[in-house]
Design a protein around this ligand. Sequence first.
Ligand code: 26Y
Length: 829
Amino acid sequence: VWKDAMRGVHTELPDITRSIVGHVQTSLARAPYNLDDFGAYQAAALSVRDNLIVNWNSTQLAFSRKAPKRAYYLSLEFLMGRTLSNAMLNLGVQPTYGEALTNLGFSLEDVIVQERDAALGNGGLGRLAACYLDSSSTQELPVWGYGLRYKYGIFKQLINNEDGSQLEAPDPWLEYQNPWELPRLDVVYDVRFYGTAQRYTDGSGRAVWSGGQEVLAAAYDVMIPGYGTKNTNNLRLWESKPKRGFDLQSFNAGDYERAVETSTSAAAITSVLYPNDHTSFGKELRLKQQYFWTAASLADMMRRFKNLEKPISEFAEYNAIQLNDTHPTLAIVELMRILVDEEEVAWDAAWEIVTNTFFFTNHTVLPEALEKWSVPLVEHLLPRHMQIIYDIVGPLNMLFLQSVEKKYPGDTKKLARMSLVEEGFPKQIRMANLAVIGSRKVNGVAELHSELVKSQIFPDFVDFYGPSKFGNVTNGITPRRWLDQCNPGLSDLITNTLKLPKDVWLKDLFKLEGLIQHVDNPLFQRRWAAVKRQNKERLALFVERLLGVKVDTDAMFDIQIKRLHEYKRQTLNILGVIHRYLALKKMTPAERKKVQKKVVFFAGKAAPGYYIAKLTIRLIVNVARIINKDPDTNAYLSLFFLPDYSVSLAEVLIPASDISQHISTAGTEASGTSNMKFCLNGGLLVGTVDGANIEIAEEVGEDNVFFFGHLTPDVEGLRYQHVYHPIPVEEKSPALALVLDTVSSGAFGDESVYEPLLNTVRHGDFYILTDDFDSYIRALEMVDEAYADRTEWVKKSIRTTAKMGKFSSDRCIQDYAQEYWNVESIKVD
Ligand code: 26Y
């Protein structure tokens, strides 16, 4: 009876319509006749969710039965964006849902945009985690994500009307019910903070940790459907809750405030995502988040492992844990604690298990992003973990510092560099060193970056362990969201041209190479150009609705969208725009007519405390205000800063680009992933020889990218020169000097405001703008020239898309699965 009555996935129109209407009437308790777009979204989401739940259940059941080795992706950030359209796409039901909604009087497009982004991340690292989840399910691999269910995601960015500066507002994304999560009221764990740790005196290294504060971790599950498969993995997000509603003793003593204090402090742990990337501030609440999340996740993995009834010594044969940067490094210590204190595993055997379980990915070489935690803080918050950290490097660990000492006797400097604890006031724990020591393998995220990880960050460890512990997995992106979903026009054209079903090439992106043989076909070229044109019009419409300004879609669209950071050099871009503006101003009307028309778009958030990055936004906004109004030039050059950059905004911008900018100082951008997204959508790239730009150029060919600037090995010498033998900007680049002086003269508002920003270029110039400016301008001129031959340009665009196979996140996930985790696919029937 059960079997017959069990529901499968809804794929037929009448079933889908019934299911949507059913949710309107029951789940939403609303009358169908006065339903608005948001209600239609909620009902459609609940209906799609039913399908996900069925698949999710089958997947978890199959995995439990087969008991395979599992991999876990620990990330403090998952930048998911919207789910409805992606879920429909992966389930293959988008057209039918579209039809059902049309029949009910709604448009699918209007319904989709009702959804709020799940923006539980800052930028690249968080979006990469989201792409990897999509690929894990699509590749039918048993991978779960673990993260935090922040009440507030990344802040909403507003632009101050008066002065053009960034303002931050909270993002209460859970305000209305979130249909994509399932609260698991039965999955809860206690997590302890503070208290005391008492060692046993038997030399075993064991201890008892007691007292302090206990909070509850409650699980929320987010279903992650694979594309064209039933496999649906899980993303488990933890919410913190007070263990007891309030402290009865204080309550009885008449201290109501104190009684509720513990409950607010527990809830605070998962209340907000820290909005800074690349600069660590050592805040206690952030450390609390990290421990809360790693402790709950490990307890959960341990419970699942125990269900297998295998000896604890086999833990690493059943579990691989990927650390997304150093943020989850405490997991290494926590697993030691569980094994030694709770499972009574001998210290050395426990360390063996730990170092076979963890894998560590580094995402940046910037020193300010390398996390360090003060020893007194860790001692106070996690007294037992501090003991374990000392034991890892101390007397109990025969494997590490003692062996370093043995290998390099007397080399105290080396010993100091490799130590987990950095001397100073206070002493600090180097999380990156801990992550390296505690992991089986370490990797960077692009070829160049992985080399820099070895040569710049961990040379002593490479020396000690040998180079085979250090690898590379070049980042990738999911072509489902970043082509099929955001650019349906191009996806259809590709499907028709390749004469392959869409689900074939979307799962094997190297198939795009089949486009090359059509590159000279004029009809195909026209269609390709027409799709780009439509996408530009879609963006223009979006901008018109948002800012009330018309955008000329005949112009070249030039886009730079990413977090604001000095190393990413948005400043170079805006100074380049001013240079172009000044050149236009000098021309006669007749001369201007010959210039390539261009619209420049920026978007991106600055960390709220990052003064220079915020000044850059202010400069962009104010330059836009001046030049967009200038009747001499505004037909040839206009500029937009689109507020509140998000995954959803990226989905509108990326398909519309003719050219995009990835112009970091050489050696600073670990990989970049939006560069891949633009190229996949047929936008060409202006960039430095940095990160994954290099591998993109290797794939698409040097004549299809516009490279400029100094190379990584030059940078150190140039910086040295800036400090010890500075050459005035006027001498190095008169063009740049003129631009800087124009800003200083007050052409874009109050002359004094931008001085601190301009001074970063004039003095010290750490990110070598003065050295790269002229070559940057030349690269942009070459872009203009190339764009003038539109047929040739379209061919470049086609060739670029055709060669992006390598950058599918499916390839990355297979790489991790085979070379790192040793997990295998299991197809769910
Ligand atoms: C320690 C804390 C302040 C912190 C928080 C977030 C430090 C770093 C981050 C985020 C780093 C990040 O997003 N890195 C980016 O990772 C991408 C995925 O690998 C890369 O493509 C990109 O180059 C890199 O900047």
